[in-house]
Design a binder for this molecule. Sequence first.
Ligand code: UD1
Ligand code: PEP
Length: 420
Amino acid sequence: MGKERMLITGGHALEGEVRVSGGKNTAVAVIPATLLSDEPCTIENLPDIEDVHALADILVELGAKVDYEPGRCMHVDPRPAEGVEISYHNAQRLRASYYLLGALLGRCGKARVPTPGGCEIGSRPVDQHLKGFRSIGAEAEEIGGMLTAEGTLTGGDVFFDMVTVGATVNVMLAAVKAKGQTFIYNAAKEPHIVDLANFLNSMGAKIKGAGTDIIRIRGVQRLHGSTYAVIPDQIETGTLMIAAAATGGDVIIDGCIPTHMDALSAKLLEMGVKVTDSDDAIRVHVVGPRRAINVKTQVYPGFPTDLQQPMSALLTTAKGTSLVTETIFEQRFRHLDEIRRMGAHVRVMDRTAIIEGVPELYGAPMTASDLRAGAALIVAALMARGTSEIYEPHYIDRGYEHIEDKLRSLGAEIRRESAL
Ligand SMILES: CC(=O)N[C@H]1[C@@H](OP(=O)(O)OP(=O)(O)OC[C@H]2O[C@@H](n3ccc(=O)[nH]c3=O)[C@H](O)[C@@H]2O)O[C@H](CO)[C@@H](O)[C@@H]1O
Ligand SMILES: C=C(OP(=O)(O)O)C(=O)O
């Protein structure tokens, strides 16, 4: 497909109900995990997004039999998979291609994966992944643009220098079939870590403590098949909540897990936005002016970095001055340069954005630099006066299923067209 752009005419309050899709960050861990099974698996509730399409292609490249119905489910028979290396082209399509390292190491004791692509939001080193593999008995290195890991895994103690989602996932994948026991200290606690553990345990793995700082994995010899539905996407849920708040709307987001959204809900309440939870839905309802607040990104259960960009877009029109501090990634403010063209008053000093709320933004042409930057531009465009053009919307497709349809169903004026 050629170059495209999104056109959004702002000023419509979003209203109605919308259903959230399955989680990207859980899907991209669970799909590689099917390679560890000794029998076929079925994964349900997968979002119909580019990262999932890429992983289906990678499993096929490795020789697995994949039957994928986008938007529905993926059947994976890993038994014919003999490959231990993925192509540069496929590795570049997404960050999570590096989960094939852990999955292949766990499956057959050997893996070669080109350094991954994905969003450029900081330097994103992989030293902790490699250290983790070494701690459980593998040789692992990064050389010439290639990540390699090999060895008979014994299990062991893994101490991460910082909380890292990716390295926690990778070590979990590698360790489930190790000969001995693994302890991961300073583990990530994100909902997708728990979801991956639940999937692996449903295949017969012995993982305890997922969702806490210490994960214990007792290696097993074989894993059986499983049918598993991934959890709803908390970042899509959060983006829709922010979009509702930004447009002065009244939206019910169905099929989500409200407790995963506590950090965002607390911040919206602090701004003066009404947030009401029920079992599997959240209502976001704007009743008066939105006040400026301070936000600092943290690991779960703190405020997620993936929602910092849409949240800072929302704050550009809040009453007063907001401080947004990004502690996880060094380059996650690029969206603000674009939103400044719409009339926002923003300065970035080191890791903090100082946002002075303005009464109104004006539509402008803008370019998405990464996935959540794209989501932030959508939020800004939805609340602006006039029409905005968002170039490079393919970044948004990495993580949001049918985003235009969902927003249109809530009353947004949004469409995509060729940018030629
Ligand atoms: C596919 C997926 O789930 N992506 C998420 C994952 O990314 P990802 O897994 O890449 O993020 P990490 O949690 O690993 O990164 C956290 C911090 O640790 C640093 N680090 C990480 C690994 C390492 O070996 N060395 C190192 O220094 C990173 O540069 C970053 O500063 O968690 C991020 C933080 O919640 C989210 O923004 C991403 O959406
Ligand atoms: C940064 C993200 O994803 P990835 O780690 O896949 O690049 C994200 O989902 O916001």
